[in-house]
Unconditional design. Structure first.
Length: 252
């Protein structure tokens, strides 16, 4: 494999730009860091393009169907989003979002969830709990940012995502198609006393500070809250989502 040592190399500049949404959209690619995550992306059918590796990871990089280069640690650190890169990174073609018309029976929807760690954790939990997709409304973190994908731990490659800027309109269309729409809300009914939502449903999780929007609230069939038996007034969005997702899976 060839070696790249300069931070001014065009490929290095391009791959570094993938840490920003603008760069991802312009190039049609996103960055994946570490052998484990690269293996996950490949196993899910994503198309790899370029790889940068430290010398000790050359054995893995050589086996990739990609343009692969050896780089010094300083160059890899400049490209990667993490302070301590895992020895290799690669660019992949952006996955195509799933259309709403192909939505599975069980979905978790996010209404303005802005924290990348929360989005990625919810994605990972949705995968573990058997939800078929995540639906991202306007104002959510970019699902293909390195921080989101690190928190998702490979679930971002396995569980498809849908993007609908007008989330209330998308939920209305889903209701017309037979989905029950449930939304987390501090003024809703006790989650554990909810009616059975049936076999097709959407669980909506709101913004970390503001909760769900008023428009989403008006669309929902059920507003649900987790009981607070101690002194805390609310839960982290990802924690609340996880409890509710697993609670709902008990019905199936």
């Amino acid at each position: 494999m060839n070696t790249i040592t300069s931070l001014h190399n065009p490929l290095i500049r391009d791959m570094k730009a993938l840490n920003q949404r603008k760069g991802r959209l312009e190039q049609g690619r996103f960055l994946v860091e570490g052998e484990k995550m690269i293996r996950e992306a490949l196993s899910c059918g994503l198309v790899i393009r370029d790889a940068l590796a430290l010398e000790e990871h050359a054995y893995f990089a050589e086996r990739l169907k990609a343009r692969a280069f050896i780089v010094p640690e300083g160059v890899l650190q400049a490209v990667c989003d993490t302070r301590s890169p895992q020895g290799i990174c690669a660019s992949f073609d952006l996955p195509v979002p799933t259309p709403l018309s192909a939505a599975p029976d069980r979905i978790v929807a996010l209404d303005g969830v802005q924290d990348p760690g929360n989005l990625g954790t919810i994605w990972r939990t949705a995968d573990a709990a058997g939800f078929g997709a995540i639906l991202l409304g306007g104002g959510c973190a970019d699902p293909l940012s390195p921080k989101v994908q690190r928190a998702a731990m490979g679930s971002g490659f396995r569980v498809p995502f849908m993007i609908e800027d007008d989330l209330p309109d998308a939920l209305l269309r889903m209701k017309a198609g037979g989905w029950t729409v449930m939304a987390s809300d501090l003024h809703g009914m006790d989650f554990y006393c909810r009616p059975n939502p049936g076999n097709r449903y959407v669980l909506v999780i709101g913004n970390e500070a503001r909760g769900i929007s008023q428009s989403t609230r008006l669309v929902a069939d059920m507003l649900l809250k987790l009981p607070m038996r101690g002194g805390a007034e609310s839960l982290n969005a990802a924690v609340a989502a996880g409890i509710m997702m697993y609670g709902l899976t008990k019905e199936h």
